[in-house]
Design a binder for this molecule. Structure first.
Ligand SMILES: Cc1ncc(COP(=O)(O)O)c(C=O)c1O
Length: 445
């Protein structure tokens, strides 16, 4: 075991200089929950306790932990080519990875820009959308439309189009020219829906309202998560995404699907676009692209977008955008190893077989104390519990901590438990996961 992971060395975390992201730093450092190693469906704590991974780390470890083909690919890559500059230079693994990814992408989406995270993918896609319109002589299309309750990472563009108030309010005016559609969450009509809610498809018309408000010819792009995950799992109502596509087509607006979580088999198809049968113009992704092993993201786009930039003199840089680590050799190796596991084990479609069992398990929790809604799609489920009066989020946090003590890790946002385990999960582990949630909810007053 790594020296630093030994419990006796962790006594001093209270004064640790590490400023933890999206965490309650002071409370955590007083009572840390640490993970020291992982294998398959499980994490292990520094003192050797086994913890079932109920949320694929942070929705990213779709193939399970420390998978041999990925580990070996990374080990080999790091010992062969540690780094290669991506501007005006290249290395074989980036081209090979793009070549291997292209046939997996939804029809018509075939060009790939590499980034290092979901946040970078989102900001890249937003910039590409604005630049694309300008390339075509529609430089007035500069507005960006997001949606309430959307999460698109934490960079300026993504924060601006995002719709989670707590993630926006302390960061100033963000980006000009952004507006938001209404969210689709309607518990009065849709609570305890199995899969896609029946009510609310017409909420897509809110985009038409914004088009009329701003003049559609000023709008560059609309970005949505097909299933909004981080804010609490909001499944799109039947017909909603189709309507968004129609409105975008009517007005020449690009549609971006943020599939940072939805992609890589989470819904039983490689991409949510495949699952819903709605084709966006751009797809942003990250997380499962390398199984979470090495940071990486990507933007996938239609040929027509790429072509719009391949004009002008050949000795000019077509896209003045990119990152020092775009298409990093070790990330590409991790990605190639990940695709091998996904393909060898049929993981990009395995959820199709599990989804019904998963849905039944999730909805069996309906009678647990304080449960006010259960939402699910593919291998995603949210169990929402009523907030404790005057202390929103307290029940959620207690549930998270108690579950961890009982050997299960699950992500909680406010009072919603979000479950999305690795796609290799077995039915017995699904049972175990929901049994733990039930047991814990009984003890959270
Ligand atoms: C839909 C979506 N977009 C963007 C992001 C940001 O990704 P990252 O944390 O890799 O920057 C996330 C992260 O959860 C996400 O769920």
């Amino acid at each position: 075991m790594n020296e630093r992971a030994r419990p006796e060395n962790l006594a001093t975390l209270e004064n640790s200089p590490f400023f933890m992201p999206f965490s309650m730093n002071r409370a955590f450092k007083k009572a840390p929950r640490l993970l020291a190693r992982a294998e398959g469906m499980y994490y292990y704590t520094p003192d050797g306790r086994k913890v079932l991974d109920g949320t694929s780390g942070l929705w990213c470890v779709n193939a399970g932990h420390c998978r041999k083909p990925i580990v070996e690919a990374v080990q080999k890559a790091v010992a062969t080519l540690d780094y290669a500059p991506p501007f005006q230079m290249g290395h074989p693994a980036a081209f090979e990875f793009a070549e291997r990814l292209a046939p997996l992408l939804p029809k018509g989406v075939n060009r790939i820009f590499f980034t290092n995270s979901g946040s970078e993918s989102v900001d890249t896609a937003l910039k590409l959308a604005i630049a694309y319109h300008r390339q075509r002589g529609e430089g007035q299309r500069v507005r960006l439309i997001g949606r309430e309750k959307g999460y698109h990472g934490v960079n300026f563009g993504g924060t601006a189009v995002g719709g989670i108030v707590g993630n926006r309010k302390i960061f100033g005016a963000l980006v000009a020219g952004v507006d938001h559609m209404r969210h689709t969450h309607d518990p009065a009509k849709n609570a305890f829906s199995r899969g896609q809610p029946a009510h609310g498809g017409e909420l897509a018309e809110d985009l038409e309202r914004l088009c009329q408000l701003h003049d559609p010819s000023t709008i560059a792009a609309v970005i949505v998560e097909p299933v909004a995950c981080s804010a609490g799992v909001y499944v799109p109502p039947v017909g909603y995404l189709q309507k968004l596509r129609e409105i975008c087509d009517r007005h020449g607006i690009l549609l971006i699907f943020d599939e940072v979580i939805n992609a890589w088999g989470r819904l039983g198809k490689p991409f949510a676009a495949d699952y819903f049968g709605v084709m966006p113009d751009l797809i942003t992704t990250a997380k499962g692209i390398t199984n979470g092993t090495v940071p990486m993201g990507a933007v996938f786009m239609k040929e027509s977008l790429y072509e719009a930039f391949m004009t002008g003199p050949e000795n000019a840089i077509e896209m003045p955008h990119g990152y020092t680590y775009s298409g990093h050799p070790i990330a590409c190796a991790a990605g190639l190893g990940t695709l091998k596991v996904y393909e060898d084990e049929g993981l990009l479609t395995r959820v199709g077989e599990l989804a019904k069992y998963w849905e039944d398990g999730a909805h069996s929790l309906k009678d647990c104390p304080n449960v006010i809604d259960i939402r699910n799609l593919g291998l995603i489920a949210a169990i929402e519990i009523a907030p404790r009066p005057g202390a929103a989020g307290a029940r959620g946090l207690e549930t998270h901590i108690k579950a961890f003590e009982k050997g299960t890790y699950m992500r909680v946002t406010a009072d919603t438990i979000a479950l999305a385990p690795p796609l290799i999960i077995q039915k017995t582990e699904i049972d175990q996961l929901f049994a733990t949630v039930r047991e814990v909810l009984k003890t959270v007053a």
